[in-house]
Design a protein around this ligand. Structure first.
Ligand SMILES: [Zn+2]
Ligand SMILES: [Zn+2]
Length: 304
């Protein structure tokens, strides 16, 4: 379902996600600039090393959680269906992880007229683009594990972040605090995007992992207003003064005085954050609708 001249933000085909409007015809994301494959980048090397071990790491960690927090019940209940599947997703963007669970009956046994027990089918989907280190991986898996414990051990299916989830979360946080594990109902580990553009009118943020938004071609899909890049803060464009630049002008001296120990770059990072916060306040109603939506997308329960 591709609409000409429109670009989707967020999950594939989810019509509730705001769109970026392409001002020109064409409707394709501008190609991201090619990166040199020979560039030696320690961050990328670390990422590659992590990619090699992350699946094994996720499986081992899930087992450790289950053993310690649920006395192995999650593994026992999913044994007949091959255990909890860990699935790495390229498309998952609105949240770092997602737990899926459903009950199933053995259709072969049914067709033979044999008695059959309910089987648990469970998986944890992990966002490949978001989970880029072991710490984040462990926190995301712990959060999703608590969803599975809520369904499969507590038997609660209609309240994903309720009392039972909080109970399992606190058990994890207590047991693994020394390993930097904190499970909350909010996703403090939520996607850290490299690039953020913001609408100058409604304040909606368009977050991307690559520099895929061209402010000369794209405008806000909600209100059609102009977008400005707020992360990383772009170097001043010649001529026009943006809203952000005005904001910098008004606030730089105060911020610099308040944080005299910080470098210029660090102050500017704070500036960008402050600016985004201000804009966020201005768009609070709009955003709360969007938050409610992304929150819903965190878990999928199919109970039959
Ligand atoms: Zn807008
Ligand atoms: Zn959740």
């Amino acid at each position: 379902m591709t609409l000409p001249n429109f670009l989707h933000v967020g999950e594939n085909g989810n019509p509730s996600q705001p769109l970026i409007v392409d001002i020109n015809a064409g409707g394709l994301d501008p190609p991201s600039p090619k990166k040199s494959p020979h560039k030696q980048d320690p961050q990328r090397a670390a990422r590659r090393a992590f990619d090699l071990i992350k699946h094994r790491l996720a499986e081992q960690w899930l087992q450790e959680l289950d053993d310690k927090i649920c006395a192995g019940k999650i593994a026992a209940k999913t044994k007949a269906t091959g255990g909890v599947k860990i699935v790495w997703s390229k498309n998952l963007q609105v949240t770092a992880g997602r737990a899926r669970w459903r009950k199933d009956l053995d259709k072969n046994k049914i067709s033979r007229g044999e008695e059959t027990e309910e089987r648990h089918v469970a998986s944890i989907e992990l966002a490949e683009k978001v989970i880029d280190d072991a710490d984040r991986l462990r926190n995301v898996v712990a959060h999703e594990f608590c969803h599975l414990a809520t369904y499969m051990v507590s038997g609660v299916k209609n309240n994903p972040h309720g009392k039972e989830f909080k109970y399992w979360g606190s058990q994890c946080s207590k047991a693994f605090r020394d390993q930097n594990i904190i499970v909350t109902t909010k996703h403090s580990y939520e996607i850290s995007y490299k690039y953020i553009w913001e609408c100058v009118e409604c304040g909606y943020e368009y977050k991307r992992q690559s520099k895929s938004v061209d402010i000369n071609r794209h405008s806000c899909g909600i209100c059609k207003a102009r977008l400005v890049q707020t992360k990383p803060v772009p170097r001043a464009a010649s001529g026009k003064v943006s809203e952000y630049q005005l904001f910098v002008k008004e606030n730089f001296r105060r911020l610099k005085a308040e944080h005299s120990n910080l470098t210029h770059g660090e102050v500017m990072e704070k500036m960008g954050k402050l600016y985004r916060e201000r804009k966020k306040e201005a768009a609070v109603t709009q955003r709360s609708n969007i938050d409610a939506l992304t929150h819903q997308l965190d878990v999928v329960v199919l109970d039959d």
